[in-house]
Write a protein that binds this ligand. Structure first.
Ligand code: CP
Length: 341
């Protein structure tokens, strides 16, 4: 197995452990060089592959979509990515209820069984450290684990498609002003995006949320230690006129403690983008959302030229094709990149 990404160290269970990639565990693991390659490769795949088109570049590989939490986009996106590249894809139905987890099997034991059968495991799970746990070598036996959303922790492939969408629109990430708005306390997409943006010079991040839903100190400390300018605002109205990117997120009601439900319900109504607010943005600004949207972007905003959230979701197919190809057929990646150079 080729190790496409570099190595990285993370704190896990109070110890520093080395992640031995090709796993995709968190957004910090990607170097600027990795991101550049992923952008180029994704752009090539977006040109070459679409509805009705299929390649044989992953023939013979089996992709396991192991999705323990609900998903519309990520699950189908990984399926489409695998299928369009010629892999076979297995998506067990509702493994949280229908696998032997319900009888008490641990995630580690399940992964050990699946790893004997497939070539890559896409994992969405309620535990923040699920992908990291699964990737420890004795559990996955070297089979790559891709984190497709881990509890309140991270959703790195979402941040990669966010990155692709921003870069596709602006041609750069450096120097952009980005508002990340919504339930920053429980949202994994906001966390992964902040980590990814921190790699680029001159990026400025505004975390927009009532205090009860603000970004956690671990991310803020990381940004400070990486010299990223960040600010906190309660309302979008304070920042909407000057940001380049307004990244909305929903309130994660399924992750709230019972005692915070009422206060979070109030907080979720504070920042809603309507047609008027959207129109007050810079002419070339964009409105993003990982989706699903609940009420934080009014439906009328969809027709605003700044709204890119459905394009963002579509880009997910291509970034995931790029990831699977990097992991399972790196020789093809080098050929595609060379032919486009
Ligand atoms: N953005 C995202 O992760 O969507 P799903 O939960 O539908 O996969």
């Amino acid at each position: 197995m080729v190790k496409y990404w570099g190595k990285d160290n993370v704190v896990w269970q109070d110890k520093m452990v080395e992640i031995d990639f090709p796993h995709v565990i968190h957004a910090q693991q990607f170097s600027l060089d990795d991101l550049e390659k992923l952008f180029m490769l994704t752009a090539i795949l977006k040109q070459q592959i679409g509805k009705g088109k299929k390649k044989d570049w992953l023939n013979g590989n089996i992709v396991l979509n192991l999705i323990y939490e609900p998903s519309t986009r990520t699950m189908t996106s990984f399926s489409v990515a695998g299928l369009r590249l010629g892999a076979d894809v297995i998506t067990p139905a509702d493994p949280a209820k229908l696998s032997s987890v319900i009888k008490g099997e641990t995630l580690e034991d399940s992964i050990r069984i699946y790893a004997d059968k497939v070539d890559v495991i896409i994992l969405r799970h309620k535990d923040d450290d699920s992908a990291l746990r699964a990737s420890r070598s004795r559990f996955c036996q070297g089979v790559p684990i891709i984190n497709a959303g881990a509890g309140k922790g991270q959703h790195p492939t979402q941040s990669l498609l966010d990155y692709f969408t921003i870069r596709e629109r602006f041609g750069r990430i450096e120097g952009l002003i980005v508002a990340i708005c919504g339930d920053l306390k429980h949202g994994r997409t906001s966390r992964s995006l902040a980590y990814l943006l921190s790699k680029y010079k001159g990026v400025e991040i505004y975390f927009v949320a009532p205090q009860v839903a603000q970004m956690s100190p671990d991310v803020l400390d990381y940004l400070t230690s990486h010299n990223v300018k960040w600010h906190q605002s309660e309302t979008l109205k304070e920042v909407i006129s000057f940001v380049d990117v307004c990244y909305m997120t929903r309130f994660q009601t399924e992750r709230e403690d019972p005692e915070e439900k009422e206060i979070m319900a109030h907080a979720s109504m504070v920042n809603v983008i309507d047609e008027q607010l959207a129109e007050s943005m810079k002419d070339d600004a964009i409105i993003m959302h990982p989706l699903p949207r609940i009420h934080e972007i009014k439906w009328g905003v969809d027709k605003n030229k700044r709204s890119v959230y459905f394009l963002q979701a579509l880009n997910g197919d291509y970034i995931r094709m790029a990831l699977l190809l990097c992991i399972l057929n790196p020789d093809k990646v080098e050929k595609l990149l060379a032919s486009a150079a």
